[in-house]
Design a protein around this ligand. Structure first.
Ligand SMILES: [Zn+2]
Ligand SMILES: [Zn+2]
Length: 316
């Protein structure tokens, strides 16, 4: 089969490789779509300590079952499936508390083991056992199904940021994942969504989303605008979906009392520090949290959301 191997920093090689064999309890998926995640770009540009090279990256994938391993139940050759790439151990302290994204032994397809930038990918028994391989309903394309992982990250963000009906939500960063956060915030009941993005062209491209207000700091003061849009209160939830320390600092200024700030995008590892007035958090009784992934359950919710056709996720 053909596969793209990450062989070093900024080095990807298309090579011929043996087609993988299914393990006992595992599956082989013929890849039909595999999206490029920000994590893939990070791995390519700077390396990634968890990834042992050479590695076939790619964790946002969907395809058909090409081969069923011995003792693997519930799947047949030809089944259309989407794969939740994060494989929880199921037994550690965090898994038992239902916090799969914090699993101490989390294994990710395309990071800890070969992924979907290939014609075939091996899905281990543990992933099958944990329900990571999900049937894709008719009427939803492989490209859409490949998005369940990033959508699950936005669902995790919305859940832990406690977005509820009637909230004003600000999303900073209108990249693909920022746009997904807009759609998911709407699904969670946000009443007004303000999308912030510096680049005007990118902001324009994001106009297909469910956001109500589009703002660029190149044109206006974003904290002031959010204050205006919320009758002076600030936003109930601010999701920082970009890797900018300055955006994180501004998020604390635009959040309402008792509001939630979610540091959704990680900062570059050589400059992860920010400076802020901690009295903002103190007097506002604000909550600051971070989220970084999605669970198997949240991937299933993502798949159902996409399949329902009610959101604009298809436009992605
Ligand atoms: Zn991803
Ligand atoms: Zn675990």
């Amino acid at each position: 089969m053909k596969a793209a191997f990450l062989t070093g920093i900024q080095s990807i090689e298309l090579r011929e490789a043996p087609r993988p064999e299914p393990s006992m309890g595992g599956l082989i998926v013929k890849v039909k779509a595999c999206a490029i995640c920000g994590t893939d770009v990070k791995m390519y540009k700077y390396g990634y300590s968890a990834a042992k090279l050479p590695l076939i990256p790619g964790h946002e994938l969907a395809g058909t079952i090409a081969q069923v391993g011995e003792n693997t139940r519930g799947y047949q050759e030809g089944d259309r499936v989407a794969v939740a790439p994060n494989i929880p151990c199921g037994v550690c302290f965090y898994c038992q508390r239902g916090a799969q994204t914090c699993c101490e032994k989390l294994q990710t397809i395309g990071i800890h083991r070969d992924g979907g930038f290939a014609q075939y990918v091996a899905i281990p028994a543990q992933a099958v056992k944990q329900g990571c391989v999900m049937p894709v309903p008719e009427g939803i394309s492989f490209e859409e199904a490949a998005l369940i992982d990033p959508v699950s990250c936005a669902i995790n963000a919305a859940e832990l940021s406690r977005i509820k009906v009637g909230d004003v939500v600000v999303v900073i960063g209108a990249g693909p994942v920022g746009c997904l956060n807009v759609e998911v915030s709407r699904a969670f009941g946000a009443q007004k969504i303000i999308l912030v993005q510096r680049s005007l062209s990118r902001l324009k491209e994001a106009e297909f989303t469910a956001a109500d207000v589009y703002v660029s700091p190149l044109k206006e003061d974003i904290v002031e605008r959010v204050t205006q849009e919320t009758e002076g209160r600030g936003a109930d939830v601010v999701i920082v979906a970009c890797g900018s320390g300055q955006a994180q600092e501004e998020a604390l200024k635009m959040v309402a009392r008792r509001g939630n700030v979610n540091l959704f995008g990680g900062l570059p590892k050589d400059s992860p520090f920010i400076k802020f007035n901690s009295n903002l958090i103190h007097y506002k009784e604000a909550f600051v949290i971070g989220t970084h992934g999605g669970s198997t359950r949240q991937c299933k919710v993502a798949l159902d959301m996409i399949a329902s056709g009610k959101s604009k996720l298809r436009n992605m």
